[in-house]
Write a protein that binds this ligand. Sequence first.
Ligand code: E4P
Length: 304
Amino acid sequence: MFEALPNSAAMLARREKMPVINPNKKGNPIKHPAAKGPRIFCDSAVKADIAPLLKAGLIHGITTNPTLLKKAGAKSWKEAKAIMKDLCAMLYPLPVSLELTELTEDKMVKQATELGALGKNAIIKVPMGGYPAVVDGGDPFTGLKVIRRLWEKGIKTNVTLIFNTTQALWAANAGATYISPFLGRLPDYLAKNDDPSRPSGNSLYWMGEGAQKHANSEFVASGGERRDAGPRLIFEIAQVYANYGITTEILAASIRNPVQLTECLLAGADILTVPANVLSTVADHPLSDAGMVGFLEDSKAFSK
Ligand code: E4P
């Protein structure tokens, strides 16, 4: 389990600048105690999964991606767009992240306008990097150029597929509204590929032979145990953003279970995007349930 480090004054001051999620209603006698709490998004494109969470007031937005749209039943771009439009209407005015699928700068900017037209609450999800695995001889700064151009046009972005702190810094410098560190995929990857016997350096920087095969968690996020790489990455980004007064929101993504959810909160994430199946478990605990059985039994002693 991630061991929380003390929050610096700078980190607390940065949190003060974040949006109010539970505004005090006029005339309400009690000031809301969690006005600046972290926002929770649902990581899904399935309306039936989102609706009960929205109705319960549990979520403040959603995130989608091509995989989630496929799971929601989209078989063509036209169908995917219809689902995204429907989700924007359902969530309005809460934010809905919609991901670009084009791979070159001008086409991505054009597609951002197309997705932006699906709803005033649409946030354009821009993949970080230059996508060398899928674009031959591509420009490594494609994602960053798109983020800056969208920022210049006043279009909000969520920069996705963030795996280290420098990516998070450059995305913010380019004008990102949100950045999404993939907390869950990091330990998934390290469990398969990390090799502590090798010298420090993660695969993103490793220039030698086997660059894609070996990682060393030391430089994924500095210090700590390998298993803590996800929350330490969140903490590290939060600290860097605090040092420089950066208000790009840290949207912890790729969360697999309630433990990771808690770790993100300890590490200082601004927003958590959580799958519906994990969110559906957050209010229950076997001991809460057993406790209620006992209280109900004992309440039978009271005469009516
Ligand atoms: C959210 O914005 C991401 O697309 C999502 O959390 C990815 O999660 P995964 O690693 O479960 O695919």
